[in-house]
Structures are given as C-alpha cells and as structure tokens.
Design a binder for this molecule. Structure first.
Ligand code: FAD
Length: 472
C-alpha cells in the first residue's frame, strides 16, 4: 500500500469510525469481483459512509491524498463498473449503509430514497401508500437506487415508463471536489441551465457520488394480465406490438423469446413448463396493467389476442389464469441467462438499434455470426419494443474452456461492428464500465469521446472518481 493510501484510510477511520472502514480482506472479498465473475479487482479498504456529510468527508480526503474511489451499490452491474482495478490502487466506496427512504409523497408522486436503498423494499414501501415505482428488473432484490441511477438502468417496463432517466426527478450527490449538489426539490420545471442531475444519471460513478435520488411515482396497479404468445418471426412480434398499441394503452411489458432460449430454460430450470402446446419459432411475453379498477385488463387482452390470432399475426396465445401462472411465465423469460450459463459459455451483448430495424437485425446478425464462427449459436431476446435485445452467442458444445479469450473478443467485435453499421448502440442499458470501454473507444464518434473527456476533466480534474471506467 502506498503512503498516501495508508494516510487516507487512517484519516477516514478517525473521521467516520470503525463501522465505516473495512480492511479485513475476507470481508472485502465478495465485493471485488463483478456479478458475472469475469473481472477480479483488489482494494486495501472498503469505506461505507452512513450520511451525505460522511460521503463528502471521504471525497475531500480522497482528493487531498489523490486516492481514487470506486462507488459501489449492490454490485449487480453488468459491465464491471463497480469493480476496483486489480492493482489495488483505488478504494471501494460502498453506499449500502445509506439505505433510508427519506420520504414518500403520494400527493407529489415522489419518493426520496438514499443511494443504498435496494429496489425491492422501495417497491414495497411505495405500494403501502397506493403508489408504484414502475422500473423493475431481475436484480431488484440486490441492486440499489444509486446503482440504477448511475447506470441509467432500463428493465422490463421501459416501453411505458422509460429508463431511470425519465423516472428520476432529481439527484443529490457529492461532486469530486467534495461539494454537495442538492437536486431533490422535485420541481417539475427548472430551467437553470445544464442539468447536473441528468449529467450524473448514467455517469457510472465517474462524475461524483450519488447520495440520494428523488423518484417519480405512478398510481399502484389494480390488475395485471400476462399472456404468452407464439409467433412466426420477430417481424410478426413487432406487428403484434403495434397492433396492441393501436388498440390499448395498457401494454407495459413486451419481451421477445426465441424457441432456442425457451428450450434451454425448460432443460435447465426445474419446475418450468412450456406455456403453449406445439412449437413456435418465436414467443412473446406480454404484460398489460391498469390502475383503474373499472378496467378489465385481462378480458381486453384476451379479446385483442383473439383478433390477432384470426388475422394471422400470432400462431397461438394463452393468458395466465392466476398470479402464480403469471409469475411462471415471467420466470421463463427471467431465467434465460441462468439457463444459458448452465448450458455452457455464452457471450452477452446488450445492444439497441431503431425499433423497426430490430426484427431484421436479429435474423441477419444471427445468420452472419453463425456463418463467420462455425458451431456457435446466436440469438436475441428481450425488450423488442425498446429496440433493445440481449444478443447472446453461445459456444459450440465442444468449445475449449478458454473460448472467451480465444474467440470471444473477435465475436464481440464482429457483433459490435454490425450494430454500429446499423446505427445502433453497443450498450443499450448496461453501461460501458470497464468491460466495454475498449470497444467504445474503438467505435465511438470522435466528437462524443471529446465531449465525454471534457466533461470528465472539468468536474474531476484530479481523476479520483472511478478512473478507468466509461470514459475512453
Ligand atoms: C439478474 C440481473 C438482471 C438485470 N437486469 C437488468 C435489466 O433488465 N436492465 C438493466 O438496465 N440492467 C439490468 N441489470 C444490471 C443493472 O445495471 C444493475 O442491476 C443495476 O443498475 C446496478 O445497480 P447496483 O446497485 O448493483 O450497482 P453497482 O453494480 O454496484 O454499480 C454499477 C455502476 O454504478 C456506479 N455506482 C453505484 N452506486 C453509485 C452511487 N451511489 N454513486 C455513483 N456511482 C454509483 C458504480 O461505480 C458502477 O459504475 C441486471 C443485473 C442482474 C444481476
């Protein structure tokens, strides 16, 4: 450990007390590897402040000693943004002790939650006052509001409610010089120039430490209907979405699932069953909700799917008859990554292109990847209505254990080139972190990179906030 780090840790200990400063390697170990287990870091200490003032103290000390900080929430991020560098040169700043919901106002339709609040308990707390925070995703039991905001997370309800960026009304944060930005007023209109709040959303901890967030709420759902449909192609799936959207405003989940992914789930995940008789090359999971108790959302969806069937848009459909079945349908979608992991090595690409271009992109890109890399299986699943799918490439069954290293990089470059040529993004909702930084540097337009660097240098001239992440 360098002298500067030793002094920084000793002074943080003196200021914040022993509960806030963890140096035992066994206690730190679970937090220095990313969720996917691909990137292993090291750190001499994990500092866990319990208030905004304590975060400001830590950031000021870090600036004084030039010790980089790596903010971390639930460590569920998919791009290793919260994993410290392997040389142990940075200190982990865990936000999990800042876990208070400061206020919930049904009248203002706002909740103010500290950065370390976990998403699932926040859902429960706002539900108690008849409200709902509509963003949700598979990691809701461990991801934090600070991490969701810092990655501008998406999830399964973006179709209706947008990503974190549209659900955050304001941010409180400690900036790299230790000053506190307070943006929690929840003002609907505020045109005092650049939005610091929006700059911090999706900044992946490179511009400051988010300490609390004002979140927009909507009325709680009174009923939901979940359906599983079989379709002939991704084109037909998009036709179905447009058909439904033209006739109802209740659709908020629309997830594309290829037959190959469904088969893997049925093979590896105990207790799963195919929802439909017969096989279909593609499937769509649909969720419709209402917060109006007079609306019969199940009946409406059933009727619309009946018409879609008659018009040949879909091949078959079934509506979940109760909540347990609805959850079983969602499990088939949520378990795809888990099933792929059980099957073997899989490369994940979280990509987006224009919504209307996505069906053809999935088919063409899959075919091109499988032709260029014989033996692999490529397919796309996920948020078709957002133009965002998880384009996964699975190794051949006989692939060597070092497939990721041997062929993975080439495949990823191939996929990213196809996405870029289609005018898309190589990171739709998972951020850049450290896993996508080289590809971002290779493919981003020079103007975008220059602007990112200029913003980073202006706000963090000492480079102490999460160096080596996001900014090429
Ligand atoms: C099973 C599973 C399903 C998922 N599904 C989705 C999905 O559908 N859609 C989607 O968008 N994402 C999804 N994700 C990834 C998603 O990005 C994370 O779950 C979540 O956004 C990260 O929250 P976290 O608290 O774990 O952040 P971490 O992983 O701890 O950190 C993520 C990034 O944010 C920074 N950060 C964290 N807290 C702060 C803070 N307080 N201030 C400043 N910077 C901070 C970190 O430095 C890092 O760069 C999924 C992850 C898993 C494991």
């Amino acid at each position: 450990m360098r002298n500067a780090e030793e002094q920084f840790i000793a002074q943080a200990l003196a200021k914040l007390g022993p509960r806030a400063v963890v140096t035992d390697p066994a206690d730190i170990a679970p937090w220095v590897t990313d969720w996917r287990g691909r990137v292993h870091g090291a750190t001499p200490a994990m500092i866990a402040p319990a208030s905004t003032d304590e975060v400001a103290d830590v950031v000021r000390l870090a600036a004084e000693h030039r010790v980089p900080l790596v903010p971390q929430g639930g460590n569920t991020g998919m791009s290793a943004g919260a994993t410290p560098p392997a040389d142990g040169s940075a200190v982990l700043l865990s936000m999990r002790r800042m876990n208070r919901i400061r206020s919930i106002s049904a009248e203002n339709r706002l909740a103010v939650a500290e950065a370390g609040v976990i998403l699932a308990p926040l859902h429960d707390a706002v539900h108690e006052v008849g409200m709902r925070f509509p963003l949700t995703l598979g990691a809701r039991g461990s991801c934090t509001i600070g991490g969701l905001t810092s990655t501008n997370a998406g999830g399964t309800q973006v179709l209706k409610f947008g990503t974190m960026r549209s659900l955050v009304a304001g941010v409180e944060a400690v900036l790299p010089d230790g000053s506190i930005h307070t943006g929690l007023s929840g003002l609907k209109k505020d045109n005092r120039g650049y939005s610091i709040d929006q700059l911090l959303i999706g900044a992946e901890g490179t511009l400051g430490v988010i300490t609390a967030v004002a979140l927009r709420l909507v009325p709680a759902v009174t009923a939901r209907a979940v359906a599983w449909t079989g379709v002939a192609s991704p084109m037909r799936a998009l036709d179905l979405l447009r058909f439904l959207e033209a006739r109802t405003s209740s659709i908020e989940g629309f997830e594309l699932v290829p037959q190959d992914s469904l088969q893997l789930v049925l093979k590896h995940v105990p207790g799963t069953r195919p929802p439909l008789d017969g096989t279909h090359p593609w499937h769509v999971l649909i969720e419709a909700t209402t917060s109006d108790s007079a609306t019969r959302v199940g009946g409406e969806l059933e009727r619309l799917l009946g018409t879609a069937l008659k018009q040949g848009i879909i091949g078959d459909a079934v509506l979940a008859s109760n909540e347990a079945q609805a959850e079983a349908f969602w499990k088939l979608r949520d378990a795809i990554s888990e099933a792929e992991r059980a099957e073997g090595q899989t490369l994940a690409h979280d990509i987006s292109v224009a919504v209307a271009d996505m069906p053809a992109f999935i088919l063409n890109a899959s075919e091109q990847v499988e032709r260029a890399f014989p033996g692999v299986v490529a397919s796309g699943f996920g948020h078709l209505g957002d133009g965002n799918i998880h384009f996964h490439v699975r190794a051949a069954s006989h692939a060597a254990p070092n497939w990721y290293e041997a062929e993975g990089l080439q495949i990823t470059r191939f996929v990213d080139d196809l996405v870029t040529a289609a005018g898309g993004s190589i990171s739709a909702e998972h951020g850049i972190g450290q896993l996508k930084r080289a590809e971002f540097a290779r493919l981003a337009e020079p103007g975008r990179v220059q602007a990112l660097r200029a913003i980073k240098n202006a706000l963090d001239p000492l480079g102490i906030m999460n160096p080596g992440k996001l900014v090429p």
